[in-house]
Design a protein around this ligand. Structure first.
Ligand SMILES: C=CC1=C(C)c2cc3[nH]c(cc4nc(cc5[nH]c(cc1n2)c(C)c5CCC(=O)O)C(CCC(=O)O)=C4C)c(C)c3C=C
Ligand SMILES: [Fe+2]
Length: 419
């Protein structure tokens, strides 16, 4: 019998998780169930309750299930009820326990069990569930028009995007992340089931590998272009920058214009298809010029080590070491008025695009910030116009959501708005 060796990424993540206990929406080392063999991180739990929602600064887990939903009722009370039931179910599932408690898979033989069952005996796998409200939730249906924060405005049309109308918007979003894809899927599936009759899924995206680092304890993963992604990201340990750029009303950030959003953040999601076949035909030199970093080491083309700072003024044989159209030059805070963001995206594939015979795969880009129209939007405008990477990308899905602050132990999602 061959022993199953934990993957290198798994080992690193495990160490990371232990080291990161207490950071941000802290990861607790309390195991709710025995860890599955060969799965060193799987028994870890991330507390659902706290001052911040989990799933923002939590060390990025391996898998994502993202769902945008529409509210199908006009009764605010029905939605409040679902949000309360969602809070209880999410709190339970994040400890590795079925919806409805330890007996949630059983019950009366003539009724469906409270829990669908596919995560039974799987560990909690660092499951986090993060809720967001879309701008459309603040239309006339629930009388919330004057409660919409100014920053929660629909994204404008952006250069070069080719959005699929079936992958845009949503009244609500649920971001479930876990180190086991079945645990993440189980969470969204059960919440959708609880919401039946009040909410319905508008669009959904599965992600299978993190493309960012959100803690100094994590190693840098690679995206589907084969490049290290997340090197220059904001991290849970960058507390002053998180206050300034991520948390609404944080120190050094603009004041919150709605009390219910203080301590929350905004999530922008972009489904970005990579034109993988073209990329794979590009030479190594061209790929590195386009990104502005070396493929193997991840070092900026102006340096030698992954974490060397970008030197945008350095020239080699009279030419900029980092090309004028390189992605990192055009995305860097130094060339964008100092703007920073917390990237927390995932690789995705939806198999074959039968219309073209090419792979439908790329990056499900998720970014958190306290003022997306001054952060994501201007940077993306610039990238969409000048970035050499744009030739290899197609933005096909999009959404913006306000993620309220965390839920206290005796509280529920929807507080300050519906409850
Ligand atoms: C609007 C913001 C951004 C989008 C959209 C975006 C898409 C995107 N990025 C990569 C690959 C890499 N990005 C890298 C760095 C990087 N990207 C952004 C912003 C967006 N990227 C920022 C702010 C940065 C950091 C720049 C800096 O300060 O140096 C890198 C380099 C490694 C890293 O620092 O993370 C890669 C690689 C892809 C493939 C992509 C769309 C599919
Ligand atoms: Fe990028």
């Amino acid at each position: 019998m061959s022993a199953v060796r934990p993957s290198r990424r798994g080992v690193l993540t495990s160490a990371a998780v232990v080291g990161a206990a207490g950071i941000g929406a802290g990861v607790s080392a309390v195991a709710s169930r025995p860890a599955a063999a060969g799965s060193p991180t799987a028994s870890r739990t991330v507390p659902f309750h706290g001052t911040r929602q989990a799933g923002v600064t939590t060390p990025a887990q391996d898998s994502l299930v993202f769902a945008a939903l529409d509210v199908t009722t006009k009764r605010a009370g029905d939605l409040a009820d679902v949000l309360q039931r969602w809070s209880a179910a999410a709190a339970t599932m994040t400890t590795g326990v079925p919806v409805g408690g330890p007996g949630g898979l059983g019950g009366a033989g003539d009724e469906p069990p409270q829990d669908t069952g596919e995560a039974h005996e799987l560990p909690a796998a660092n499951l986090t569930v993060t809720l967001g409200y879309g701008p459309s939730l603040f239309d006339e249906r629930f009388g919330l028009a004057d409660r919409r924060p100014a920053a929660l405005e629909e994204l404008p049309a952006l250069p070069g995007e080719q959005l699929d109308p079936t992958k845009v918007g949503g009244d609500l979003c649920l971001q479930a992340c876990a180190d086991d894809p079945q645990v993440a899927f189980h969470a969204v599936r059960n919440l959708v089931r609880i919401g039946r009759g009040t909410v319905r899924v508008r669009w959904m995206q599965l992600g299978f590998g993190r493309t960012s680092t959100t803690s100094t304890t994590q190693s840098t993963p690679r995206n589907l272009m084969g490049f290290k992604d997340g090197t220059a990201n904001l991290r849970a340990e960058d507390t002053a920058d998180l206050e300034k750029f991520v948390w609404v009303g944080g120190q050094g950030a603009p004041a919150a214009d709605q009390d219910w959003m203080r301590g929350g953040t905004y999530l922008v999601a972009r489904r970005i298809r990579m034109l993988i076949e073209s990329w794979d035909r590009a030479s190594l030199g061209e790929q590195e010029r386009v990104i502005g970093r070396a493929k193997e080491s991840g070092a900026p083309l102006s340096g030698t080590q992954e974490f060397d700072a970008l030197d945008l003024d350095k020239t080699v044989h009279g030419k900029p070491a980092i090309d004028v159209a390189a992605h990192v030059r055009l995305a860097a805070p130094d060339t964008n008025g100092g703007v920073k963001m917390l990237r927390r995206g995932y690789s995705y594939t939806d198999g074959l695009d039968v219309a073209t015979g090419q792979l439908d795969a790329g990056l499900f880009f998720i970014v958190f910030g306290n003022d997306p129209h001054q952060q994501f939007v201007p940077v993306q405008r610039r990238l969409g116009t000048h970035d050499a990477l744009t030739e290899y990308l197609k933005h096909t899905g999009s959404g913006i959501f306000a993620c309220p602050p965390g839920v206290q132990r005796d509280g529920a999602w929807g507080e300050g708005l519906f409850i």
